[in-house]
Design a protein around this ligand. Structure first.
Ligand code: DGL
Length: 262
């Protein structure tokens, strides 16, 4: 048993979609969250840059007493999870686009993946396709611009709708019936996507699976918390004022927001 907190991070606010799943599944765990919004988007940065940011943030969260780390970011996982596992001796949970469940779920045999350029270009993603796509046709679609909108709390403007239409149209034309949300920011656009897409298209994301994976790792390591959970603490490397304004749209609960200086 350990009442020490779990440290979660993302390039920005996207990982709050994963944090929500963790809080739901593991309500006794205290949670720390870092939004690296001063360096967003990771999707357009080099793997080396993302590794350096991830090392700095992981070090910060461990200094705050984190017993385990969750990379609530597909892009950072692709670039940095192996490096972090080699450096830090705590359970480290990463995440990948949900290719396996999507390949099992599709009826048309065509799956679409919305993700960042960094994720889609990574060796980890290529290996994921080799392993799980099988005979399913997987069509990838990078989505530049979406993350920046979500960071500003813009979930529903005409601009966002135009971007969503532009990115999903080619997938629909190819017969995709299962759409992977391969970036943790995108679940915040789930309702907008559902309004845009035919009801026959299923959306798949990995937040709940990451929470289950964390639960299982903590359980096997004898590290689950007994509670009660402390209030969630959040740091941002961007403007705390922006995060305080956007947070109520993305996170249903109290959380103190502080400035991150690493
Ligand atoms: N939320 C991140 C992901 O899951 C990346 C967004 C970005 O910074 O480009 O991939």
């Amino acid at each position: 048993m350990s009442n020490a907190p779990v440290g979660v991070f993302d390039s920005g606010v996207g990982g709050l979609s994963v944090l929500q799943e963790i809080r739901q599944l593991l309500p006794l765990e205290s949670l720390l969250y870092v939004a690296d919004s001063g360096h967003v988007p990771y999707g357009e940065k080099s793997p080396e840059y993302i590794r350096q940011r991830s090392q700095a943030i992981a070090g910060f969260l461990l200094e705050q007493g984190a017993k385990s780390l969750v990379l609530a970011c597909n892009t950072a996982t692709a670039a940095a999870v192996n490096d972090l596992r080699g450096r830090f001796d705590v359970p480290i949970i990463g995440m990948e686009p949900a290719v396996k469940p999507a390949a099992l779920a599709t009826r048309s045999g065509v799956v679409g993946v919305l993700a960042t350029t960094g994720t889609l270009q990574s060796a980890k993603f290529a290996a994921l396709l080799d392993r799980f796509a099988g005979s399913v046709r997987v069509i990838t679609q990078p989505c530049p611009g979406l993350v920046e909108c979500i960071e500003q709390g813009d979930l529903d403007s005409l601009h966002v709708q135009q971007l969503l239409r532009r990115y999903t149209e080619p997938l629909l034309e190819s017969g995709c019936d299962t759409l992977i949300l391969g970036c943790t920011h995108y679940p915040f656009l789930r309702a907008q996507l559902q309004a845009l897409l035919p009801a026959s298209v299923t959306l798949v994301d990995t937040g709940a699976a990451v929470a289950r994976q964390l639960s299982s790792r903590l359980h096997h390591a004898g590290m689950l918390a007994r509670g009660p959970a402390q209030d969630t603490r959040i740091w941002t490397s961007g403007y705390p004022e922006t995060l305080r304004r956007v947070l109520p749209m993305l996170w249903n609960g109290n959380a103190a927001v502080r400035m991150l200086s690493v």
